[in-house]
Design a protein around this ligand. Structure first.
Ligand SMILES: *[C@@H]1O[C@H](CO)[C@@H](O)[C@H](O)[C@H]1NC(C)=O
Ligand SMILES: *[C@@H]1O[C@H](CO)[C@@H](O)[C@H](O)[C@H]1NC(C)=O
Ligand SMILES: *[C@@H]1O[C@H](CO)[C@@H](O)[C@H](O)[C@H]1NC(C)=O
Ligand SMILES: *[C@@H]1O[C@H](CO)[C@@H](O)[C@H](O)[C@H]1NC(C)=O
Ligand SMILES: *[C@@H]1O[C@H](CO)[C@@H](O)[C@H](O)[C@H]1NC(C)=O
Ligand SMILES: *[C@@H]1O[C@H](CO)[C@@H](O)[C@H](O)[C@H]1NC(C)=O
Length: 608
């Protein structure tokens, strides 16, 4: 039944292991002529933000060498050999001892040249702090003579601060991004993102040469049809070059990247689309006249089967990836669903016509299906309204208290109720409400897993529905933390509250005594905040509402997901262990039997 879930969980853990183990190796940031970087070794930039090494995408047997962030959701930011992968782990990166060019040597054939300069030179290659891989020519005494080549001039699918998008007017070189073929294959895909060659002060996304999206013109100092997520763009135009570039402040993100995805979206490091809206409902000047008028329906990710079994199938030889089926389906109103047919590399796909029904299931032949859904129906609304009335009733006692504290809380209480990231003593978070972290990456809310009625309070990674994040396609993979594993609530009347006497976090519900989330001793004035990192933190708070110290944080009690900044290991002072544990089943977050943490008897990681 739950095989797929388990496999995904294992893959997920393995990726995590590779990720964590990867950081234990070499600390050098430079390669000299005669040295080699073997598969398994890494170059690490000064301060350790970027690393260069070999990697394999999920479900693939192909090895690529690329630059990636030490952490972050979309780790890989540059791929050296996207169109010439190697099989097996025989690869090594070297500077050719005769001509000084950067090459990948491997047992399966001729070396793959990354640079190709004429003439014999003495060179070195350095991964610099900005993530740029730079090939230098050296004097015979070893000092740097000049730069020969840099990876920033040959971007793949991602733009980092310091990179350019545009054209070098002197040699005609264009800086352009090109998407991956699929999320599992860095090979060149259908989408490009770059400067419009005709109107050089705007950016465009093209699919197979056809314009799909334009940014609007630059002169106003900003783009229309562009979501401002703190990525500060600038435009430079002079006699030598015309280009766009951007900078990001550290308090926005430490891992900035802008990526053109395999389905033509433009995403930031959190997986958010910078474009305005979903396919078919763009607010920018998307030039796709063929999109069928679907009213307010949209495609959502589901897991299960279609009643008719197979739909219309397309093979890899038809040059149809999942994204091609997506577009085919969007453009044809009689299409209601699409899916990949080969899970390994999603280079084959199929579509289904109206009349076929979706069946939710977790059998072995179930898979991820993108299904047309109508927005929630009236029946739903009635349930919500009735539920809301009861909740209002239950929570009404807190109203006076809430009002009292409201003024002090205005710093974080923004215009929209949904934008609150902090809860003060006396305030309550009802089932149906949410706390939203600054910049909206995470939210805290009540939910039911799968089809069950049990309710849990959890932190969710708040990604847009149309963005598929690497492996984690199914809805519940967005869940990153659960407050009360082993004590679910049986109805929709739960409220998260801060106890007014001792300042602890508690969940009130209609069927019994409150569930304690934190248990800090003594009576204190506290507040709880959902931080940008997804960490839910209980702070001791002074009379004027300012934050004093951390009393409790969810990052100390991870559930099944490791987020950046969380720890696995042990605090030697308190003896507290940080480890992850799997869900009991696909549909129950109760503690399962798999754990991942630091083995107390060894210095590395292991399964338990
Ligand atoms: C190395 O050689 C170059 C040219 O031969 C010279 O300009 C440079 O100063 C030398 N550097 C050192 C550290 O001796
Ligand atoms: C390259 O420079 C190094 C000094 O860093 C020197 O030891 C080596 O002999 C030089 N190699 C060639 C081929 O000139
Ligand atoms: C640029 O102009 C040429 C010639 O007018 C036209 O064929 C091409 O489609 C234009 N490109 C874009 C991106 O508008
Ligand atoms: C954006 O960058 C420009 C220069 O690149 C700078 O002058 C400006 O202050 C930045 N704006 C913000 C909001 O960071
Ligand atoms: C739309 O799909 C239906 C059924 O899959 C097919 O018969 C029809 O030819 C398609 N129309 C277009 C314009 O592709
Ligand atoms: C996709 O996987 C199939 C095997 O499932 C393989 O034959 C094919 O070459 C792969 N295609 C790509 C582009 O990786």
């Amino acid at each position: 039944m739950a095989t797929k879930g388990r496999i995904d969980m294992l893959v997920r853990f393995s990726c995590l292991l590779l990720l964590l183990m990867g950081s234990c190796y070499s600390q050098r940031d430079k390669l000299l002529q005669g040295e080699e970087l073997k598969d398994g070794d890494e170059l690490l930039s000064t301060f350790g933000k970027f690393k260069l090494g070999f990697f394999t995408p999920p479900y693939s047997s192909k090895r690529y060498i690329g630059v990636r962030y030490q952490s972050g959701y979309y780790g890989v930011v540059w791929v050296a050999n996207r169109n010439s992968p190697i099989i097996g782990k025989s690869g090594s990166l070297r500077l050719d001892s005769t001509d000084g060019n950067l090459k990948i040597f491997h047992s399966g054939g001729n070396p793959i040249a990354i640079t190709s300069f004429e003439g014999a030179r003495n060179t070195s290659v350095t991964l610099d702090q900005s993530g740029n891989l730079v090939l230098h020519e050296l004097h015979s005494n070893g000092s740097i003579k000049g730069m020969l080549w840099q990876s920033f001039d040959y971007p793949t699918h991602a733009l980092l601060p310091g990179m350019k998008l545009g054209i070098n007017l002197q040699n005609g070189h264009q800086w352009l991004l090109r998407s991956w073929l699929t999320i599992f294959s860095p090979a060149e895909g259908s989408y490009t993102f770059g400067m419009d060659p005709n109107l050089t002060d705007r950016l465009i996304i093209k699919r197979l040469g056809e314009v799909r999206w334009t940014s609007g013109l630059w002169p106003n100092g900003e783009f229309k049809s562009w979501v401002d997520r703190g990525y500060n763009f600038s435009y430079t135009s002079n006699e030598q070059e015309k280009y766009f570039s951007y900078s990001v402040k550290d308090d926005v993100t430490s891992f900035p990247t802008l990526q053109i995805t395999d389905d033509g979206s433009l995403n930031d490091d959190g997986g958010f689309s910078m474009l305005c809206s979903k396919e078919g409902r763009h607010c920018g000047s998307i030039t796709d006249s063929a999109i069928c008028n679907r009213g307010s329906s949209y495609f959502d990710v589901k897991f299960g089967l279609m009643s008719s079994g197979g739909g219309t199938k397309f093979m890899e030889s038809d040059d149809m990836t999942l994204d091609d089926c997506r577009l085919k389906c969007y453009k044809n109103c009689s299409c209601v669903a699409y899916a990949a047919t080969n899970r390994e590399n999603i280079t084959e796909c199929e579509i289904w016509s109206r009349g076929t029904k979706f069946i939710k299931s977790h059998t072995d032949d179930s898979r991820t299906i993108y299904l047309e859904v109508q927005p929630k129906e009236i029946k739903w609304r009635i349930i919500v309204i009735v539920g809301a009335l009861v909740v209002i009733f239950l929570c009404s006692l807190s109203y006076v208290a809430r009002k009292k504290y409201k003024r002090k809380g205005t710093q974080s209480v923004k215009t929209n109720k949904a934008n609150i990231d902090r809860l003060l003593q006396g305030q309550q978070l009802k089932d149906g409400d949410e706390l939203l972290s600054t910049f909206g990456k995470f939210n805290l809310r009540f939910f039911s897993p799968q089809d069950l009625t049990n309710r849990y309070l959890g932190v969710w990674f708040n990604r847009p529905k149309d963005v598929m994040l690497m492996l984690y396609e199914e809805d519940y993979y967005e869940l990153v933390w659960v407050a009360h594993w082993n004590s679910p609530i049986s109805d929709h009347y739960g409220c998260l509250t801060i106890d007014s006497s001792d300042g602890n976090l508690k969940i009130l519900h209609s069927r019994g005594s409150p569930i304690s989330i934190s248990s800090v001793q003594g009576s204190r004035k506290t507040s709880v905040t959902l931080l940008q990192s997804g960490n839910l933190v209980l702070h001791e708070t002074s009379i004027n509402g300012s934050i004093k110290l951390v009393l409790w944080q969810s990052f100390d009690y991870p559930t099944d997901t490791l987020l950046p900044e969380m720890k696995l290991g042990i605090n030697l002072q308190t003896g507290r262990k940080w480890f992850l544990h799997s869900w009991l089943t696909d549909s129950s977050p109760a503690q399962g039997s798999f754990t991942l943490g630091k083995n107390p008897n060894a210095s590395n990681l292991g399964f338990g």
